[in-house]
Write a protein that binds this ligand. Structure first.
Ligand code: SAM
Ligand code: SF4
Ligand code: SF4
Length: 386
């Protein structure tokens, strides 16, 4: 008789965190905040941006984000009933906007996998700031479905897109998305977005040392002078599944040095407060910034913490509010939405949560050193959105 088959142990990876208690003060009559009013957190940071994750699923398996071994057929994705509906998202977003949010970014997982996403875009596009201004409404996508969806998204009121693209070389790109997806189809998506008027388009390239740094110059050459802004992002220790190591991070300073060997650059001033990317303009023959050649950005999330100006809140697919990309716990706003909370209760709760915010993970990482390891189990990027 042959030996019995060894039992396969399937590790259970449920990265969904416990919820934090909602602040009690939000429900005390004498602590009500006015529904409209700009908010500052404990470090004086305003609430300006809201990133909304519309799905925890993705059609790619980028190994720095959703490694195949973990995000396989056994992974417990959220059931549809757990997801916020478009009406719930819009109702919540209205309260955030009343408190100062001016920019909305739809993300995921892959946001274009959410059915009829253009209907959500249409709802969000009707919202106005307290001053009566439309929101800056944008979306981050891997581009795989963009060629099919760009026009409908534009017609619904989306203004811009950011497309993630880690390489121009087809073999490198297929291996990084780990589902053998061809680069030509993403480039076709970018063309469609351009043709639909979803600009200015930003292109995000995560740089992982030993994997795609040889793609930095080809990407820069390709997008220079195209009207699109290429941004190089340091590979981050977000989540708990990607096996991040500091020696896989290529610091932005090295990226700039490499670019300068062939394409002269000059530093540019930030275009708005709280901007995550440092901007560099391509220099013309006279050594000065040439707007026709455009600019690149570097996002130094690991080597240069920008927590001091971090003005972003994040709403997860199931309606948890996170105050930091590296948080391990969020606040369950869905329970309020699906309970009997009024709009004033929602607004008040959001206000109290933001006013109690002190998050600054990247600063702590810098102070403690990167190899101290994650103190707690962190949420995944695919769950909270980038
Ligand atoms: N699926 C969409 C996409 O890829 O654009 C949207 C969601 S994805 C989580 C958002 C962004 O996060 C992408 O630009 C992706 O490259 C970036 N990202 C994911 N994991 C990362 C990591 N460990 N470090 C740095 N950026 C990361
Ligand atoms: Fe999917 Fe975006 Fe994560 Fe890649 S980075 S696995 S495309 S969610
Ligand atoms: Fe913002 Fe957290 Fe990133 Fe700091 S670590 S910049 S607080 S998301």
């Amino acid at each position: 008789m042959s030996d019995p088959q060894p039992q396969r142990v399937i590790p259970l990876h449920d990265h969904r965190p416990l919820a934090l208690a909602l602040p009690k003060s939000a429900f005390q009559a004498d602590q009500r905040l006015t529904a409209q009013g700009l908010l500052a957190d404990l470090r004086g940071r305003a609430l300006h941006d809201l990133r909304i994750s519309v799905t925890d699923r993705c059609n790619f398996r980028c190994n720095y984000c959703m490694p195949k071994e973990i995000f396989d057929g056994n992974y417990a994705y959220l059931p549809h009933s757990a997801l916020l509906s478009f009406e719930e998202i819009t109702r919540l977003t209205r309260q955030f906007v009343a408190h100062g949010v001016q920019k909305i970014r739809l993300t995921g997982g892959e946001p274009l996998l959410r059915k009829h996403l253009e209907r959500l875009v249409a709802q969000l596009a009707t919202l106005r700031t307290p001053e009566g201004q439309p929101l800056d409404l944008t979306l981050t996508t891997n581009g795989a479905l963009l060629a099919r969806k760009a026009q409908a998204l534009k017609d619904a009121g989306l203004q811009r897109v950011t497309v993630s693209l880690d390489a121009l070389d087809d073999a490198v790109f297929r291996s990084m998305n780990d589902v053998d997806f061809p680069v030509a189809d993403v480039l076709a998506g970018i063309d469609a977005a351009r043709a639909a008027g979803l600009g200015p388009i930003k292109i995000n390239m995560v740089v992982k040392r030993g994997t795609n740094e040889q793609q930095i110059l080809p990407m820069a050459r390709h997008f220079r002078g195209s009207g699109m802004v290429l941004r190089f992002i340091e590979y981050m220790d977000v989540g708990a599944t990607n096996g991040w190591r500091m020696n896989q991070v290529l610091p932005s300073a090295e990226v700039i040095r490499l670019l300068q060997t062939e394409l002269p650059l000059v530093p540019l001033a930030p275009s708005q407060p709280g901007e995550t990317a440092q901007r560099w303009g391509y220099a013309g023959a006279d050594g000065r910034f040439d707007p026709a050649l455009g600019e690149v950005g570097v996002i130094s999330s690991v080597t240069q913490a920008f927590c001091g100006s971090c003005n972003r809140a994040r709403l997860s697919t199931e309606g948890q509010l996170y105050l930091c990309l590296f948080a391990d716990k969020g606040y369950d706003l869905r329970s309020l939405l699906r309970g009997d909370a009024s709009d004033a209760d929602l607004s008040n709760t959001i206000g109290h949560i933001w006013q109690g915010r002190r998050d600054n993970y990247s600063e702590q990482r810098q102070a403690l050193g990167p190899d101290t390891g994650p103190p707690v189990k962190r949420i995944e990027m695919s769950y909270i959105g980038g």
